[in-house]
Design a protein around this ligand. Structure first.
Ligand code: ADP
Ligand code: MG
Length: 333
């Protein structure tokens, strides 16, 4: 059997539950955006870790070192936001090719520092080693959340609406332009900038997290077609999603029209937007959306509903059934 037959998540499932009996009652490990470590009757610490490898997660000649430092921390902060938690500390480990310029590393750290300072999250340690060829970056972030305000992927309830905190597909569009080595005009550059400068939804996560009627939450790293399935599997529910309701920016619509891109495809399966995906009680939507709009200057978008059934997405277009869509990003498939 090859890794590509089972994929990233098939591999993780092969060993994940072996450790269950070693995990204390109030803690939880593999399977959510962060591990959950109970530190008191009322408080949890949450821990996220992500690996970025040159030529897999980034192309060194396309992203600036400052953006790379920023993004390495941002993707981890996004997982902290997904729990409704506040970041506390970070750790940074690097495998560095010998010929790397110190200027490059200084700029990398400048970007890392910029985001650390923004969320008052100091770098507390890490490790540094030589790498034979490619730059390797691993970040760990520790956060804190009141137990009553924590949001797991398993919390979706039948009748909930499915919501996202912003436009989807811009980052995927930027990546597409990079990979296709397209000529870079101002519009394409803006999409590439979105891909390189994701905004972790920390304050949005804290805002949503304090509401009891907000249920499951996660961040969108692989695209909703893959990420929502994780919520459905963890919650044992099904979801009906309308592709016409997936929020796509005016910018992406314009570029997609010019270059014949499928915006539905990018909106549902393009990854790395790092917006939050969550489910909530339908009746509370109007007031929550109003408060969110006032506080953050952007709207929450409703894309579908949670139902009883197999943990699969039932895709619709304007209320009519649609076939299967591509299932988001998996490293090995
Ligand atoms: P995210 O996209 O939110 O960072 P992933 O999809 O990368 O999450 O991972 C899914 C879950 O599997 C997470 O709980 C993560 O901690 C866990 N995981 C991924 N790879 C490994 C590994 N090699 N060992 C242990 N746990 C892992
Ligand atoms: Mg995540």
């Amino acid at each position: 059997m090859d890794l590509k037959d089972i994929g990233e998540f098939g591999f993780i499932e092969r060993f994940a539950h072996q450790f269950d009996h070693l995990i204390k009652n109030d803690d939880s490990g593999i399977g959510d955006d962060c591990a959950v470590l109970s530190v008191s009757d009322t408080t949890n610490h949450v821990v996220s870790t992500d690996l970025l490898l040159e030529d897999v997660h980034f192309l060194k000649d396309r992203i600036s070192p400052e953006e790379l430092g920023y993004k390495s921390l941002a993707v981890n902060l996004s997982d902290i936001a997904a729990m409704g938690a506040k970041p506390l500390y970070s750790f940074l480990s690097l495998g560095i090719p010998k010929n790397t310029k110190v200027d490059f590393l200084d700029d990398f750290m400048k970007g890392y520092y910029r985001l650390s300072e923004k969320y008052n999250t100091p770098l507390m340690g890490g490790d540094t080693t030589k790498s034979p060829d490619k730059l390797l970056i691993n970040v760990v972030v520790v956060g804190v959340v009141e137990k009553s305000k924590m949001h797991l992927r398993s919390m979706a309830q039948t009748g909930d609406i499915v919501c996202v905190t912003g436009f989807l597909g811009d980052s995927g569009g930027g990546l597409k332009a990079i990979l296709k080595q397209m000529d870079v005009d101002t519009d394409i550059q803006e999409l590439i900038d979105r891909h390189h400068n994701p905004k972790p939804q920390i304050n949005e996560g804290l805002f949503l997290g304090k509401e009891k009627y907000v249920h499951a939450m996660m961040d969108i790293s692989d695209g909703i077609s893959s990420d929502l399935r994780h919520i459905l599997k963890a919650s044992g529910k099904s979801a009906k999603i309308d592709v016409e309701k997936i929020p796509v920016s005016t910018l992406l619509r314009k570029v997609a029209k010019n270059h014949n891109w499928d915006i539905t495809e990018l909106g549902s399966s393009g990854g790395e937007d790092y917006e939050l995906l969550f489910t909530m009680e339908k009746e509370k939507f109007a007031s929550l959306n109003q408060a969110f709009l006032t506080k953050f200057g952007k709207a929450i978008h409703t894309i579908g509903e949670i139902e009883e059934g197999k943990p699969e997405i039932i895709w619709q277009k304007n209320g009519k059934p649609l076939g299967n869509r591509k299932s988001g990003f998996d490293h090995f498939k």
